[in-house]
Design a protein around this ligand. Structure first.
Ligand code: DMJ
Length: 472
C-alpha cells in the first residue's frame, strides 16, 4: 500500500503537483485554506459537540436493541428494514457508521460493528442491487472503515464487492454503467441510467485502485464519466439520463438537481484526489456552462434553473435540497463567493420553512415536495464553507439546523424522517436513513468539536460523507 503523505505539512498545491507526477498517487483534497484557529478561549461549540456524540450514542443503542444488523432502523416501530434487497440485509447502517464511530472515539461500538461486518456481511447474495447506492454507501463505507481501523478484511470485502459490481461497467458498450447488477451472477439490468448514478464512483473506485494497485476500478469509473462528457451538447450542457447501451440521451434536461447532483461533485473530486487533469478540464468546461446557462441570480440570491441541454430553453425553476451540497463544492473548487451566495439562498429557505423541504420553487420559496428525509446537504455545505473560509457564520447556521433537527425529528429511538414539513405538528415518517449515520452526525461533530482524529487541513469526504483522507 502506498504510504499517505503527511497531511497538513504540505501545501495543497504541492500535494497536487506531487500527485500529478504519478497518477493514482495518494493526492489529498484539502478542504481549502482552512482558517480555523485553535482559540485560547474555550470553544463555544464544544458543548454541542458533546451533545452530538450523546445523541449519536443513544440512537446507536436503539439500533442495537431493535435492528442490529438490519440495513436501517425504523425508530417508531422499533424494528429494522431492508434497503438494498427485500428480505435480506447488507448491514447498511453499520457500514455507514464505521468511520463516524471512529471519529467520535466510540471504540467499543466500532469494534462490535467491525465484528458484525466480518462475521455476517455477505456481498455475494443472489440478488440485484443498485450499483450507485452500493458503491457510495457500502464500498465507500468499507473503505473508510478500513482506513480508520487498518482492518484488512474490510478492504478485502470492499474489493470483492467492487469486483461483483464491475460487470455493470464492463458489459456496457458505452462505459456508462447499467443501473443494477446481480451480485452472484453478474447479470445486469437497467439500460436507462441517471448522471449521478453513472458518474459518482471515481472516489471509491479510485481509492480502491490506490489501495490495491489494480487500476481497473479507476479506469471503469473514468470511462463512465467520459461517456457522459463526450455526449455534452454544443452548449457544453449535459442532460439527466442516458441509455447506456446506445448512448442516446433519454432525458435532455440540464440541471444540478437529482438525479444529476453528485455527477459534478465527482469530476472535481477525481481531480483533487488523483490529480487527473482530464477531470479538471471536464469539471471546468461543464461548470462554466452551468454558470452561463443555468445560474439564475434574482433578489440578490443565486439559484440554478433547469434548461434544455441543446437549446438552453427554460425547463423549470425548482431546486432540490440535495443541491445545497453544491455551495460547498463551489467553495472547494475556487468559486467561494458563489458558494457563499448559494448557501445564503438556502439559509433564506430556512427563514421561511422550519426544515428544508425536499423541493422548492426557488422563485417564491414555495414548497413543491413536502418531505424532509433527514437530508444532510445543508450542513455538508456548512462544514466545507467553514473549513474553506473560517467564518463563524457556517458553524452558527449548522447550530440552527442541529437545533431544528432535535426539535422536529427526535423520537424515542433516535431521529426520524419527516413526511410533511408544513403541518403542525410535522407529520413524521419512520426511518433513520443510512446516510444520517455517515453524513449528518459526522458533519455536526466535525463542525462543533475539535475532533482529534480528523485533519482539518487536509482531508477528503465522499458524497456519502465517508472519510477517505484525513483520518488520524
Ligand atoms: C446521500 O446518499 C449522498 O449524499 C448522495 O450523493 C445523495 N444524497 C444522499 C443523502 O441525501
Amino acid at each position: 500500500m502506498t504510504k499517505l503523505p503527511r497531511p497538513g505539512r504540505l501545501s495543497r498545491r504541492r500535494l497536487l503537483a506531487a500527485a500529478a507526477a504519478t497518477p493514482l498517487l495518494p493526492a489529498v483534497r484539502t478542504a481549502g485554506a482552512h482558517a480555523r484557529t485553535r482559540a485560547a478561549t474555550p470553544d463555544p461549540y464544544a458543548a454541542l459537540g458533546a451533545e452530538v456524540v450523546n445523541e449519536f450514542s443513544t440512537a446507536w443503542s436503539a439500533y442495537r436493541r431493535h435492528a442490529w444488523g438490519r440495513d436501517e432502523l425504523r425508530p417508531l416501530a422499533a424494528t429494522g428494514s431492508d434497503f438494498f434487497i427485500q428480505g435480506s440485509t447488507l448491514g447498511l447502517t453499520i457500514v455507514e457508521a464505521l468511520d463516524t464511530l471512529y471519529l467520535m472515539r466510540l471504540d467499543a461500538e466500532l469494534d462490535s460493528g467491525v465484528r458484525w461486518v466480518k462475521d455476517n456481511l455477505d456481498v455475494a447474495q443472489d440478488a440485484r442491487v443498485q450499483v450507485f447506492e452500493t458503491i457510495i454507501r457500502l464500498v465507500g463505507g468499507l473503505l473508510s472503515g478500513h482506513l480508520a481501523t487498518k482492518d484488512a478484511t474490510l478492504l478485502a470485502l470492499a474489493r470483492e464487492l467492487a469486483d461483483r459490481l464491475l460487470p455493470a461497467f464492463t458489459k456496457s458498450p458505452t462505459g456508462a454503467p447499467y443501473r443494477y447488477v446481480n451480485l452472484a451472477t453478474g447479470s445486469v439490468s437497467g439500460t436507462e441510467n441517471y448522471l449521478a448514478e453513472i458518474g459518482t464512483c471515481i472516489a471509491e473506485f479510485g481509492e480502491l485502485s490506490r489501495l490495491t494497485g489494480d487500476h481497473k476500478y479507476y479506469n471503469a469509473a473514468k470511462a463512465a464519466l467520459r461517456a457522459v462528457y463526450d455526449r455534452r451538447s454544443a452548449l457544453d450542457l449535459v442532460g439527466t439520463a442516458l441509455n447506456v447501451e446506445t448512448g442516446a440521451w433519454t432525458d435532455t434536461t440540464a440541471t444540478l438537481d437529482p438525479p444529476v447532483d453528485s455527477f459534478f461533485e465527482y469530476l472535481w473530486d477525481g481531480w483533487t484526489l488523483f490529480a487527473d487533469r482530464d477531470l479538471r478540464t471536464w469539471y471546468t468546461t461543464l461548470t462554466t456552462a452551468v454558470f452561463q446557462r443555468l445560474a439564475d441570480r434574482r433578489d440578490g440570491r443565486l439559484w440554478f434553473r433547469q434548461a434544455h441541454m441543446a437549446t438552453g430553453a427554460d425547463a423549470g425553476h425548482t431546486q432540490s435540497e440535495l443541491t445545497a451540497y453544491y455551495a460547498g463544492l463551489l467553495a472547494q473548487s475556487g468559486r467561494t463567493a458563489d458558494g457563499e451566495l448559494y448557501h445564503d439562498s438556502w439559509t433564506d429557505v430556512l427563514a421561511v420553512h422550519r426544515l428544508p423541504p425536499e423541493y422548492i420553487d426557488y422563485r417564491t420559496l414555495a414548497v413543491v415536495n413536502h418531505a424532509y428525509p433527514l437530508r444532510p446537504e445543508y450542513v455538508d455545505s456548512c462544514l466545507f464553507l467553514w473549513m474553506a473560509t473560517g467564518k463563524d457564520r457556517y458553524r452558527s447556521r449548522a447550530r440552527t439546523m442541529w437545533q431544528r433537527q432535535r426539535q422536529y425529528c427526535k423520537v424515542a429511538n433516535g431521529y426520524t424522517v419527516v413526511n410533511d414539513v408544513t403541518t403542525s405538528p410535522m407529520r413524521l415518517g419512520d426511518l433513520t436513513p443510512g446516510y444520517w449515520w455517515s453524513e449528518n452526525m459526522k458533519y455536526y461533530y466535525l463542525l462543533f468539536s475539535n475532533a482529534p482524529r480528523f485533519d482539518y487541513e487536509s482531508n477528503y469526504l465522499s458524497t456519502e460523507g465517508n472519510v477517505l483522507r484525513g483520518l488520524r
